[in-house]
Design a protein around this ligand. Structure first.
Ligand code: NAP
Ligand code: MG
Length: 402
């Protein structure tokens, strides 16, 4: 059998800990035997980020802009505990934050539904897709610790040099402040990305903020969404028989819990971070979620929604057996390969990606799964396998399909 060729390189962003181990296994067991893998490799492992003063992260994002499609492994966002562990020069920023800020755009996250795993919320019979704005707010903030006796103000210096000031607080005691921003252009492309995705999936789209409390910041999000919807999408939505629905974030949470699913929920950056973990967990597992960043100029970055699974990695380092779920990382690869195939017009690659996903789902529906799913699957003949065995079982089914 000749291997599938790739015309354009895929940007490959390697990562950390258990997901880095899984990354290597996926390539070895499920990709390299079938594809003449053509990737431009960036090592985003924390050690290498530290060695390059995080330049490698910036380079990988620029390569993504150049080639159009990337696949990213989960990476450590350093905290205080990581400083001595990795002997870091500084507490480097979140690579995801850096990449998202450079690419702008929206992250779409959908649960992967399989037979045998029923959501914790039994009315959720259809997937709920989270559309997370990937630019600004608290992820691009400036924070300060302030001493008692100080006065904090917001100050904007206009183009003509004049200043506008607004009091934040007169501090009697010590405290903290935070400044954050967003851009009309980024919010607009977020809105268009969401409306386009809704038309693509033929699903309703919900959007929620806290505009009653945040009368300028959040209200601007609400207004921009409404303007773009009224002027550009209203008729298209009517034709498609779908709806745009705006409500307050707390009302949205209550409605989501009572819903049956089957819509897209557009969230501001932080809300999307939190709610996608809630949705993923409620649908079964953090590792059963696809995640793709779509930039306004049509650049795609596929990743897993979960982290580096640190606890499993430490077990792995001690030589103990692990049973870590690789599905989200696998779907990051299949999503990226399919998109590369679509852009390059190489249907073999798209077909391979489809089969890889089918083989993965079939493996779990045949009752072969990792520990996280074993705990919640309602299948009768289920079997728990380790990290490597799961990928080998997927390969058995993939071979049959090819
Ligand atoms: P995590 O890696 O998502 O893992 C949290 C827990 O969720 C795990 O301990 C495990 O539970 C379960 N879990 C997550 N993914 C799993 C999988 N694939 N298979 C089986 N179980 C899974 O989050 P974390 O441990 O809080 O964070 C570890 C590191 O990841 C941090 O350094 C953080 O900065 C980074 N992070 C990176 C990204 C990213 O790059 N996209 C996102 C989030 C966090 P049990 O231990 O109970 O089995
Ligand atoms: Mg998160």
């Amino acid at each position: 059998m000749s291997k599938i060729a790739m015309k354009t390189p895929l940007v490959e962003m390697d990562g950390d800990e258990m997901t880095r181990i899984i990354w290597k296994m996926i390539k070895e067991i499920l990709l390299e035997p079938y594809i003449e893998l053509n990737t431009e490799y960036y090592n985003l492992g924390l050690t290498h980020r530290n060695e390059t003063d995080d330049q490698v992260t910036v380079d990988s994002a620029n390569a993504t802009k150049k080639y159009g499609v990337a696949v990213k492994c989960a990476t450590i966002t350093p905290n205080a505990a990581r400083m001595p562990e990795y002997n870091l020069k500084q507490m480097w920023k979140s690579p995801n934050g850096t990449i998202r800020a450079m690419l702008d755009g929206t992250v779409f996250r959908s649960p992967i539904l399989v037979k045998g795993i029923t959501p914790y919320i039994p009315t959720w019979t259809k997937p709920i897709t989270i559309a997370r704005h990937a630019y600004g707010d608290v992820y691009k903030n400036t924070e300060m610790v302030v001493k008692g006796g100080s006065k904090a103000e917001l100050c904007v210096t206009n183009d003509d040099g004049t200043e506008e000031r607004s009091l934040i607080h007169n501090f009697d005691g010590d405290g903290i402040i935070q400044g954050m921003h967003n851009l009309d252009s980024s919010i607009s492309s977020f809105a268009r990305a969401c409306f386009n995705y809704a038309l693509d999936l033929k699903q309703d789209i919900w959007f929620a903020t806290k505009d009653t409390i945040s009368k300028k910041y959040d209200h601007t999000f609400k207004d921009i969404f409404q303007d773009i919807f009224d002027n550009e999408y209203k008729e298209k939505f009517e034709k498609a028989g779908i709806e745009y629905f705006y409500t307050l974030i707390d009302d949205a949470v209550a409605r989501v819990v009572r819903s049956e699913g089957g819509y897209i929920w557009a969230c501001k950056n932080y809300d999307g971070d939190v709610m996608s973990d809630m949705i993923a967990t409620a649908f079964g597992s953090l590792a059963m979620m696809t995640s793709v960043l779509v930039s306004p100029d049509g650049v795609y970055e596929y990743e897993a929604a979960h982290g580096t699974v640190q606890r499993h990695y430490y077990k792995h380092l001690k030589g103990e057996e692990t049973s870590t779920n690789s599905v989200a990382t696998l779907f990051a690869w299949s999503g990226a390969l399919r998109k590369r195939g679509e852009l390059d017009n190489t249907p073999d690659l798209c077909d391979f990606a489809d089969k890889l996903e089918k083989a993965t789902i079939k493996t779990i529906e045949d009752g072969v799964m990792t520990g996280d799913l074993y705990l919640i699957s309602k299948l009768e003949n289920k079997k728990k396998v380790n990290t490597r065995e799961f990928l080998e079982e997927v390969n058995i089914r993939l071979k049959e399909m090819i």
